[in-house]
Design a protein around this ligand. Structure first.
Ligand code: NAP
Length: 255
């Protein structure tokens, strides 16, 4: 192995939620490393097109497909597109997700909030990871974007924490199932990231309080999280599987 193993020329990657935030930063880095990258997004086609154009400018094949990944029909459309564009997949990054911003105690949480979070964050991961694995031969990479919430819970956001914890359990079993094909399956677990998802929560006073609780002293940028995702995609990480890679400035260890 050497540093050239960070080059991913000829690899075909799919990143869900690639139009913004962590997903968009991951697409840019994968494209810079030479991988062809398909992206999924929910409804923000202008943002998705911008990311695709940036990737194409780096000389790789890139395309975007919209749709709600909680809906099996949309997942089927996404993977029909994968079949047309790529034929097979080497890398799958399951990143799309929501974090309902309102603090709601479990005893007061209504069915709609619970079911929507489970559908978008967890059903979608089942639907998309299943389809991705059906298109991966040997030496594939699956990376799911979980959260500190999946490890230590998150008060007033039990719906979100439950989905992120379930993703971690899924990684630990799945890596055993597909290890014989040299496919690795890992999770990345960020804490606070400076993206649109967290903008309301990171209002100026809350931001100072939140950052005081992070050993590294600041919330992550999307690029801080994209780097470790792409490292896990590379041959340098070929013997890492079933790992929950904390990318949260040490926040999971305190508070
Ligand atoms: P973001 O900036 O809000 O971007 C979310 C992405 O997911 C967008 O591409 C969005 O598409 C897509 N998406 C949302 N709902 C979807 C649906 N129903 N179907 C298909 N795609 C959907 O989020 P982010 O902060 O980058 O978060 C990325 C991942 O990191 C998520 O899994 C999140 O839970 C996790 N995470 C985030 C934080 C944080 O502080 N931000 C912390 C820990 C973990 P459109 O652009 O079309 O809406």
């Amino acid at each position: 192995m050497n540093a050239l193993d960070l080059i991913l020329t000829g690899k075909r990657a799919l990143v869900t939620g690639g139009s913004r935030g962590v997903g968009a930063a991951t697409v840019r880095l994968l494209a810079e490393a030479g991988a062809d990258v398909g992206i999924s997004y929910h409804s923000r086609s202008a943002e998705a097109d911008r990311v695709v154009n940036e990737a194409r400018a780096m000389g790789v094949n890139s395309w975007a497909e919209g749709g709600d990944l909680a809906d099996r029909a949309a997942v089927d459309r996404l993977f029909s597109r994968v079949d047309r564009e790529f034929g097979s997949l080497d890398i799958f990054v399951g990143n799309a997700g929501i974090w309902p911003v309102a603090d709601v105690p479990l005893a007061e949480m209504d069915d709609a909030r619970w079911q929507r979070t489970i559908a978008v964050n967890l059903d979608s991961i089942f639907f998309t990871t299943r389809e991705a694995l059906r298109r991966m031969s040997s030496d594939g990479r699956v990376i799911l974007v979980s959260s500190t919430a999946g490890q230590r819970g998150e008060a007033y956001h039990a719906d979100y924490a439950a989905t992120k914890g379930a993703m971690i359990s899924m990684v630990k079993g799945l890596c055993v199932e597909v290890g014989g094909r040299a496919i690795t399956v890992n999770a990345v677990a960020p804490g606070w990231i400076d993206t649109e998802m967290s903008q309301d929560a990171l209002g100026s006073e809350d931001r100072a309080r939140i950052e005081a609780d992070i050993p590294i002293g600041r919330v992550a940028t999307a690029e801080d999280v994209a780097g470790p995702i792409v490292l896990l995609c590379s041959p340098l990480a070929r013997h890492i599987t079933g790992e929950i890679l904390n990318v949260n400035g040490g926040a999971v260890l305190v508070g």
